[in-house]
Design a protein around this ligand. Structure first.
Ligand SMILES: Nc1ncnc2c1ncn2[C@@H]1O[C@H](COP(=O)(O)OP(=O)(O)OP(=O)(O)O)[C@@H](O)[C@H]1O
Ligand SMILES: [Mg+2]
Length: 429
């Protein structure tokens, strides 16, 4: 027994992956994939490594779930099989698992696996009545193709947290939309029916698209954006919409987003204009009830111009909530400026907040980019190629203030007034 076994360390990763990779075909397969093994190793699940003369010759790894641990792999280099190394690795792994308060250790092996004998010797009991069944979840299976066809995808999980400021809107959307959908049974106990369709309205650049994506991210649902310009493709938009919704109905859960919805559901003029959107609006009106029948789905429409939408389109049976998304208030601007100045302490956030009244998040993002560019260009022309601010690189407060002064904010006082009227006449929260 001339090997040494140590606890897994970060710099063992490559060697252990190599061992798992090269021993898979020796019958040392597992129900856990290589990717899952790597995931367990990098998230510091229990693992041990055997070394002979500095060379890794074996490894054992597990993942812990409550009081039970699953042995994911025992990988032994080919020359070292049948010498008791597997049992030695298991003993060390079990020591770690017991220390982690694991009460039961399970190891699922392929039928023909040679390790079976060793496991019996190590005190494991074979459970002959147990058969291992596995199902691949739809998103990795056929639905993934469907989602691809629809141009949909799963978004990163942190988009909700990344929405800076906008606490009022965030809080409202969380309580009315996210929580009933995330906890439908709890909502049902109070007679709350989760929303199936909402419309976000407000001036350009206030974060409507950002919110729609953040809700999908928060729910962990795939995000499918319907782009009328792409759907129509010169042909029949109403028919294309029908097809898109039929395909969407095949998905288990989904957030469907239609941006600038006023372009496809404008007030219908009488009589219908040839080549107009009458038929498209009618089609959408017909599609929404069907969409609403499914669980785990949400339609989010966004518009800059809620007043030009067809009133029938917006009525309560179709849209549960019409939520205004306005320009950020002071606290929200402070949060957004902090985001775009990377929280650098030397930047006077209060000064920027005061100077950027009526700025949308998009305006702030743009001004921050202009300031960063100015700082970069100053650095380039500095003597010796090194700017004066090597210690505190990046744009300064004066750069940001200059960018704010030069910016043309999207939202004018007239727009603010119109938005206030829209809130009075349309908001439903
Ligand atoms: N709360 C926020 N925090 C940080 N950045 C934000 C926030 N809201 C929006 N942004 C940024 O501002 C830009 C515009 O946002 P978004 O596209 O969501 O606005 P919109 O209301 O959909 O605009 P439009 O009406 O033009 O479609 C994006 O780059 C987005 O990342
Ligand atoms: Mg948008």
């Amino acid at each position: 027994m001339n090997w040494h076994i140590h606890d897994y360390r970060e710099n063992d990763l490559a060697a252990v992956v190599h061992l798992i990779d090269t021993t898979a075909e020796l019958g040392q397969e597992s129900v856990f994939s290589l990717a899952e093994c790597i995931g367990a190793l990098t998230s510091r699940q229990p693992a041990v490594v055997a070394v002979h003369q500095g060379m890794p010759i074996g490894a054992a790894l597990a993942c812990v779930s409550g009081e039970r641990a699953w042995v994911m792999r025992v990988a032994i280099a080919s020359g070292w099989r049948g010498r008791g190394l597997a049992s030695a690795l298991l003993v060390e792994l079990e020591r770690k698992l017991v220390a982690a308060r694991v009460g039961r250790i399970a190891y699922v092996l392929p039928e023909e696996e040679l390790l079976g004998e060793g496991l019996l010797n190590a005190g494991y009991t074979r459970r002959p009545a147990v058969a291992y069944f596995e199902k691949t979840e739809p998103l990795h299976g056929p639905a993934a193709g469907l989602l691809d066809d629809l141009g949909g995808r799963l978004l990163p999980g942190d988009l909700w947290a990344k929405v800076a400021g906008m606490e009022r809107e965030k809080d409202l959307i969380e309580r009315r939309v996210v929580l009933p959908l995330a906890e439908p049974e709890r909502a049902a106990r109070h007679g709350v029916r989760p929303p199936r369709a909402i419309c976000l309205f407000g001036p350009p650049g206030t974060g409507k698209t950002t919110f729609a994506r953040a809700v999908a991210s928060r729910l962990g649902w795939p995000f499918v954006e319907i782009l009328p310009s792409r759907l129509a493709d010169g042909g029949n938009l109403a028919a294309a919409l029908r097809t898109a919704f039929a395909r969407i109905a095949e998905l288990d859960r989904v957030l469907v987003f239609i941006d600038e919805v006023e372009e496809i559901a404008p007030v219908r003029s009488e009589p219908a204009q040839p080549g107009g959107l009458h038929g498209v609006t009618n089609e959408l009106l017909k599609l929404i009830p069907g969409f609403r029948e499914g669980d785990e789905r949400l339609l989010v429409c966004a518009t800059n111009s809620v007043r030009s939408l067809d009133p029938a389109f917006l009525r309560p049976g179709r849209f549960d909530y019409l939520i205004p998304i306005g320009t950020p208030d002071k606290a929200a601007r402070a949060a957004i400026w902090s985001r775009y100045t990377d929280g650098r302490p030397e930047v006077d956030i209060d000064g920027l907040v005061l100077a950027s009244d009526l700025f949308t998040p998009a305006d702030i993002e743009h001004a921050a980019r202009v300031a960063a560019q100015a700082s970069f260009e100053r650095d380039l022309v500095a003597p010796g190629g090194r700017g004066p601010d090597v210690a505190a690189p990046g744009a300064r407060t004066t750069d940001y203030l200059a960018a704010i002064a030069a910016a043309r904010p999207t939202v004018t006082p007239e727009l603010v007034e119109r938005f206030a009227e829209d809130i009075t006449s349309h908001a439903r929260t």
